[in-house]
Design a protein around this ligand. Structure first.
Ligand code: GLU
Length: 308
């Protein structure tokens, strides 16, 4: 395992120069784009790491997985999907075109419009402190905190998400004010994690929602099933189809450079690589995952898929 991780990261490092950090949030734009780290957490609780696997960065869109899971737990299936769909959007994560022109609700909970709608519902159900506590449990990481600098940086450059939120409000989708909904959403995006925390979370999802260390169930089985399916179809923005073909592992990326991957029944994988491609996915991170998938036969249809 150590050898596979080392080779994948060392090769991936050569690709970090090709992408760029998420400059639309100034604090993220300032990140060093040469970071690259991977962590694999296996069923026996073993952590395998290479590169910058303990470096803290903000979870960004990967928090959408946590918010969806909590919404399903708290509000149930009907209420959660009442005003958010389950289809890939085919548009960029911050698009509001379809929402305005062809649909009355967001395509899915993994794009900004869907996640802001979910955040708006959740803001009436749970406090941010409860969400933070639960995130620590899911990631098996007590050191997760709110990154105030990134939070304020994003809140100061929020025009596009504000436009999305107002559009949602005009369609009667928000349950709280635009301000409250965005505050909840951006705070969740600004949690500081590591590749190792994401790997821990991935293992909980791979283990059907049970923390393998304590045997405690953190999420219902039906919730985990839905979350993993939506990660597979919508988790890598409008690059989800190609990624599913090449890697074949339910994953969710964030513009902070993180990727959370779930190899069902086997392992969780966390990536940190803030150099992003034009779709907002970590360039080198995707390379690492393609490598791990090929070398360890992680693709969910592994027997039928040739090595890439
Ligand atoms: N906080 C970011 C935004 O709303 C998250 C985007 C992402 O990671 O895809 O733009």
């Amino acid at each position: 395992m150590d050898k596979i991780l080392e080779k994948a990261v060392e090769e991936g490092k050569k690709m970090t120069a090709l992408g760029r950090t998420a400059t639309y949030i100034p604090e993220l734009g300032r990140m060093d784009k040469s970071y690259l780290g991977v962590c694999v957490c296996t069923g026996d609780g073993q952590y395998y790491k290479y590169g910058d696997a303990d470096e803290r960065f903000t979870i960004q869109s990967i928090s959408k997985v946590i918010s969806l899971a909590v919404a399903l737990e708290r509000c149930g299936f009907e209420r959660t999907f009442d005003r958010v769909g389950m289809e890939p959007s085919g548009d960029s994560f911050d698009s509001l075109v379809k929402l305005d022109l062809t649909s009355d609700y967001p395509s899915n909970p993994m794009i900004n419009s869907g996640a802001i709608a979910i955040a708006s519902h959740l803001a009436s159900e749970v406090s941010f402190e409860q969400m933070l506590k639960f995130t620590r449990l899911l990631c098996m990481d007590d050191e997760i905190t709110l990154n105030e600098r990134v939070y304020h940086s994003e809140m100061g450059h929020i025009s596009r998400n504000k436009a999305i939120a107002y559009l949602l409000e005009s369609k009667g989708i928000l349950e709280n004010s635009v301000e409250e909904s965005l505050k909840f959403y951006v705070r969740m995006c600004s949690l500081n994690v590591t590749a190792a925390s994401l790997a821990g979370f991935g293992l909980v999802l791979a283990s059907d929602g049970v923390d393998p260390a304590t045997g405690k169930r953190l999420l219902h089985s039906w919730v985990v099933q839905i979350v993993k399916t939506i990660m597979l179809t919508c988790g890598m923005y409008d690059g989800s189809g190609k990624f599913a073909v090449e890697v074949g592992v339910p994953s969710k990326s964030g513009v902070g450079g993180g990727i959370l991957s779930v190899v069902d029944k086997r392992m969780g994988i966390g990536i940190f690589g803030p150099s992003l491609d034009e779709k907002g996915n970590s360039i080198a991170g995707q390379h690492v995952l393609r490598e791990l998938s090929a070398k360890m036969k992680l693709h969910m249809f592994a027997d039928n898929v040739p090595e890439f």
